[in-house]
Design a protein around this ligand. Structure first.
Ligand code: SAH
Ligand code: SF4
Length: 352
């Protein structure tokens, strides 16, 4: 028997973040699952993730793709990207997500406009973009080309903590990140953001404030995952304060579902670094989105944002079969050929 609870303020969130009661935690997961099934039945929507380039102008102190690291850099060709898009279309994924390091050149912008408009013409796939910060004009061009959702994690809503995790070189500004999220919204994108959980210096208070930040910004999609320390990154030496980033991440998914209600929430790949069933756990606790990697297999080893990334040796086909079996094991199914747009977005834009 589940017991009704309400997650409506900071105190409620903090209480559940801190509780160790297995019964209360199980109750929380079960209520979060009931709520998402009320909105979307037992459907899980897929976004095939194409990691089109690991070249990055930025130097975030936690990331395996940061500019200063000597790794093999690649950018996929238009043909390679279209092949990956075709796979998503053939398999009925309904959506794809194109992601890369941050590059702000005119040449890159033109390339992206070309790729996005071609995918839009050739396939009936809803497109999520995730290329980091860009000037509003560029984001508008990508929208005009056919991009409809944009994923830009705030990483943490604590400005002081954000500053500790990024170089002080004028190119990693918290305010620019927040303003970019506002630009995306005013252009008309479905706006997705999120955080890393268990970051150095991060506290439960920070996490509770993150959920309040999402609510205030009225976001449509959420992607939160555990921080995975990268041994070659500068921040590696700072040990996080919060223990068990994985367990806290699942709790955050459930709390976000009950607090924000109708947004799309991803069961992120990083969850699986800690537990083979990490993504299923999140999907049973309020998440409703999966992002199977469809990047060509020979390139995946070069997109190691964090170490021990799962699925880098599975072919696209194996990945498809594996995920469907995983969904069956938790009584869920793929929303075949459906866009699976954020209900929150529809309500917000139709003033429902
Ligand atoms: N360049 C774009 C998109 C690629 S990075 C951007 O930064 O927005 C995508 C996400 O990877 C980042 O938003 C961050 O939350 C996550 N990430 C980076 N390093 C990580 C790490 N060490 N552990 C877990 N997630 C990490
Ligand atoms: Fe680049 Fe994104 Fe990594 Fe920062 S998090 S270094 S912007 S790929």
């Amino acid at each position: 028997m589940t017991q009704e609870i309400s997650i409506s303020n900071r105190e409620d969130i903090l209480y559940y973040l801190k509780t160790k009661s297995k019964k209360k935690i199980q109750n929380l997961y079960s209520l979060a699952n009931t709520l998402i099934e009320k909105f979307k039945d037992n459907k899980v929507h897929f976004r095939g993730l194409i990691e089109i380039s690991n070249v990055c102008e930025k130097n975030c102190l936690y990331c395996g793709l940061r500019r200063d690291l000597k790794i093999d850099r690649y950018t996929m060709t238009k043909e390679e990207i279209l092949n990956a898009a075709k796979f998503c279309s053939d398999k009925g994924y309904g959506s794809l997500c194109i992601q890369s390091g941050e590059i702000t050149t005119q040449k890159r912008l033109e390339f992206l406009v070309d790729v996005i408009s071609t995918i839009k013409k050739e396939y009936n796939l809803q497109m999520t973009l995730s290329f980091g910060e860009m000037p509003k004009k560029s984001l508008q061009k990508l929208f005009d080309a056919g991009g409809r959702r944009y994923l830009l994690r705030i990483e943490t809503s604590n400005e002081k903590l954000y500053e500790k995790l990024h170089p002080k070189d004028g190119k990693h500004e918290f305010k620019t990140r927040v303003n970019t999220l506002k630009d995306l919204k005013s252009i008309g994108y479905q706006v997705g953001t999120g955080i890393m959980i268990g970051l150095p210096y991060q506290t439960y208070d920070d996490l509770a404030n993150d959920l309040l930040f999402f609510k205030k910004l009225d976001i449509d999609m959420l992607g939160m995952g555990p921080y995975v320390p990268h041994p070659k990154s500068p921040i590696y030496i700072v040990k996080p304060r919060l223990k068990d980033a994985y367990a806290i991440s699942i709790k955050m998914v459930a709390l976000a579902r009950l607090f924000l209600k109708d947004v799309n929430i991803a069961a992120t790949t990083a969850l699986q670094v800690f537990d083979k069933k990490g993504r299923e756990k999140a999907l049973s606790a309020g998440a409703n989105i999966l992002m199977p990697i469809v990047t060509p297999i020979n390139l995946r080893k070069n997109y190691l944002i964090y170490p021990d990334k799962p699925c880098i040796e599975d072919t696209k086909e194996e990945c498809f079969n594996c995920l469907n079996a995983r969904l069956r094991s938790i009584n869920k199914e793929m929303g075949k050929n459906e866009f699976g747009d954020s209900i929150h977005f529809s309500k917000r834009t139709n003033n429902l």
